[in-house]
Design a binder for this molecule. Structure first.
Ligand code: SF4
Length: 490
């Protein structure tokens, strides 16, 4: 999936890359056809796979093209204004299609649907269905309603829905790497963020269904899973008495009544040493030493942590309601390096030009970056979102040109650090999971190392799904290049 490969990208670039048509071709003639297009974060891509499963149960086949589709869903993002603007532009294009095919049903799903609710139907007349992230089981009924010419809406946010019993249909899959959603929603109230309002309260999924999904994926040939949640470190599942399966070989203790993230990570790591485990996203206030020690204990848990800082200045962090300050964040970085070593990959999100941010405070972001030397970063100029605490309480008072200039400074520093971090990989042997042909040449394969860096090397006789050891001999700020070696250093 494209989102996991993004590194040093401006806001515009990132979102341009994130629009992925999630679909697959089925040659079933007597079924209705569904086309899904996903925007935004990994959670949305994962959700589209749940939507495909729900719709397949209702006898819909997914298709890779809007031509000939009976139903088109846009699974949307609301995190920044231009993410929503892209969806509006796309809806304009679909409007033309609908004029030619009046029976076509168009649905807007996800965060933008939840944020705007019925307002979306008033603004975008051609939209037939508005469905929030907790309403996907209801989609077949909503489609039926829309087919009768009614507008159909379900934006109910649940406190329980985790879709634990739904086996996602892997769409646009490379057959090697997959996402597993372990929780939904978010209870943090970062002042700039719309997610708590669009995805609702935090809920953790039954760990046994997570492990079962990982086992199933491994049996099907997948070799890497990424455990997904807005804040995975606050994962906490409580059993209702008697619900723990005593026969489950992974949790042998029948008295276990809660499972935290470190324990879940271990349960998934134990599925097979040949199954790599990644996770995203971590919150600096919640990541624990237990998680770090579990990562260290299992070779198959990748040594890479996405730990968004958002700002390097404590006053700005307070305004953002991130609930940690610069010192706390730095201590977490130090702890990661102490336990997992300097090689552990670390990435971040940074926002420039948040309300009232001064030049000195912006400099604090740059000095934090200098301290950490991130491997990757997702960097954005602040975009005020209606309804968020920041929009209600603070003035969006940093001029756009200043936000953009600060963003360019942050991007420049990150480019330098990505290059430096990649230089450290030179001359070393990296274990790489082969994901497929390289984008540039069919003679080369590409995969990722533990730290989530893309590694390209000559194909020889290797194939997708193999683990290979690559001696890295060249690098750019985005890619490592090398050659497979048979002799693996101890
Ligand atoms: S942790 Fe903060 S930024 Fe992340 S989804 Fe929750 S509210 Fe938004």
């Amino acid at each position: 999936m494209i989102t996991s490969t993004l590194k040093i990208l401006s806001e515009t670039d990132k979102e341009a890359c994130e629009i992925v048509k999630v679909s697959e071709e089925e040659l079933t003639v007597d079924k209705k056809r569904l086309f899904i297009e996903s925007y935004g974060c990994q959670m949305n891509f994962s959700d589209s796979e749940i939507v495909a499963a729900v719709m397949r149960n209702a006898d819909f086949a997914t298709t890779s093209s809007e031509d000939g589709a009976d139903v088109i869903f846009l699974n949307t993002c609301a995190i920044r204004d231009n993410a929503e603007q892209k969806v509006r532009n796309r809806l304009q294009q679909l409007n033309n299609l609908k004029k030619k095919r009046p029976g076509l049903v168009i649905g807007v799903l996800g965060c933008m649907a939840e944020r705007l609710k019925t307002k979306l139907l008033e603004e975008e007349k051609m939209v037939d269905i508005v469905a929030g992230p907790d309403a996907y089981r209801d989609l077949p009924r909503l489609v039926e309603e829309a087919e009768t010419g009614q507008k159909a809406v379900n934006v109910f946010l649940s406190r329980e829905e985790t879709y634990a019993d739904i086996s996602p249909i892997r769409l646009n899959s490379n057959g090697i790497t997959a996402y597993i959603s372990i929780m939904r929603g978010c209870d943090n109230m970062c002042s700039f963020c719309v997610v708590p309002y669009t995805r609702g309260r935090e809920r953790s999924r039954d760990p046994f269904s997570v492990v079962e999904e990982a086992r199933q994926l491994f049996a099907e040939g997948y070799r890497e899973v990424t455990l997904l949640g807005q804040n995975v470190d606050s994962y906490k599942w409580k059993s209702e008495k008697g619900k723990i399966k005593p026969q489950d070989e992974i949790v042998e203790n029948e008295n276990v009544t809660t499972v935290n993230f470190a324990q879940l990570l271990e349960m998934v790591a134990l599925v097979s040493p040949e199954l790599r485990v990644r996770f995203s996203t971590s919150h600096p206030k919640d990541i624990t030493d237990d998680v770090l020690w579990t990562m260290k204990k299992y070779e198959n848990i990748c040594k890479y942590i996405h730990l968004p800082a958002q700002s390097g200045n404590s006053r700005v962090l307070k305004l953002m309601n991130r609930t940690y300050d610069r010192e706390w964040y730095v201590q977490k970085i130090d702890r990661i390096r102490e336990i997992l070593g300097e090689d552990c990959g670390i990435s971040t999100d940074m926002i420039t030009g948040f309300c009232t941010e001064t030049e000195e405070e912006h400099q604090d972001t740059l000095t934090l970056m200098e301290y950490v030397k991130y491997d990757y970063a997702y960097m954005f100029a602040y975009s005020e979102r209606p309804g968020t605490p920041a929009a209600k309480k603070y003035k969006d008072d940093i001029a756009e040109d200043i936000k953009k200039r600060r963003l360019q400074e942050v991007i420049a520093v990150q480019l330098k650090h990505s290059g430096e971090r990649n230089q450290l990989a030179l001359g070393k042997v990296h274990k790489v999971l082969v994901e497929g042909p390289s984008k540039r040449s069919d003679a080369d394969l590409c995969g990722r190392n533990d730290q989530n860096k893309v590694v390209v090397f000559p194909r020889e006789h290797y194939k997708k799904g193999d683990y290979v050891h690559v001696l890295v001999t060249e690098c750019s700020s985005a890619t490592l290049i090398g050659k497979v070696v048979e002799e693996v250093p101890a």
